[in-house]
Design a protein. Structure first.
Length: 256
């Protein structure tokens, strides 16, 4: 961001956003792994350099203060913030695919995977909101898939190789409210793809660069990693808002 005021305005906007998307991506600083927290409301984004993931990584970020719907990959730490969550169905879809390959004897897994695909399609095909009748039918199918899973795990207790599928069943059962929140909250995406894409933008060119270099901790305001975060926050926000990146860069550097 060009000025501290710009950063504060973006921070406050994210704190008050009705839907917040976020994710961590890793980086290197002085050869050590560090984290970058990506926070967006699809209209602006902040990249925040962090030492760690978890509560320490979220401290002092918009995530800590926002009380809206939080869209993210399932993480116990993330569930501690806000009361309203939408878990990423794209992750569920991939996890179900892996579980089916390992334990094909459980028929609930492909059934749930097919349903998750149709849940994502239902949102994509109904920008104004999914019709009530369709929402009811999808919830019924979800419950039926969970009931089938419970029966199959009773009939065929999961061995160690099938633990991934069983753990996924427990998650889908216990977090049902947060798996299906998007059905009644059309403003919330059912995937966290937006913050994941933004995370990949940060890593573009990082392989060639190798690692960020940093001086003493007292020079934290000059951290090269945070400077990249600030510049990328500005560039990606400009793109989201339909502006010209070239004009924005000239403005930042005071060029005519």
């Amino acid at each position: 961001m060009k000025t501290e005021a710009d950063r504060k305005n973006a921070f406050n906007a994210l704190v008050n956003a009705p839907v917040l998307y976020y994710d961590f991506t890793n980086s290197l600083e002085n050869g050590r792994y560090r984290q970058v927290l990506v926070v967006t409301d699809k209209d602006r984004v902040l990249y925040l350099a962090r030492e760690h993931k978890g509560h320490k990584g979220l401290a002092g970020s918009p995530v800590e203060l926002n009380k809206g719907i939080h869209v993210h990959d399932y993480d116990h730490t993330f569930m501690s913030y806000s009361l309203y969550h939408q878990l990423c169905l794209a992750h569920d879809f991939r996890d179900l695919k892996g579980a089916a390959e390992v334990a094909p004897e459980y028929t609930w897994i492909p059934k749930m995977r097919d349903l998750v695909a149709r849940l994502m399609d239902a949102q994509a095909g109904n920008a104004g909101g999914i019709p009530a009748q369709t929402r009811s039918a999808l919830r019924k199918e979800y419950d039926e898939a969970l009931a089938l899973a419970a029966k199959e795990y009773y009939d065929i207790p999961p061995s160690s190789y099938a633990a991934k599928g069983y753990n996924l069943f427990v998650k889908l059962r216990d977090q049902k409210e947060h798996e299906l929140r998007f059905l009644d909250s059309p403003d919330a995406d059912c995937t966290n793809n937006v913050s994941e894409r933004l995370g990949r933008s940060f890593k573009t060119g990082l392989r060639a660069q190798g690692t960020f270099r940093e001086g003493p901790e007292s020079e934290e305001h000059n951290r090269s990693m945070q400077r990249r975060c600030d510049s990328l926050s500005d560039i990606e926000t400009t793109k989201m808002q339909g502006g010209s990146v070239w004009r924005r860069v000239k403005e930042v550097f005071g060029r005519p």
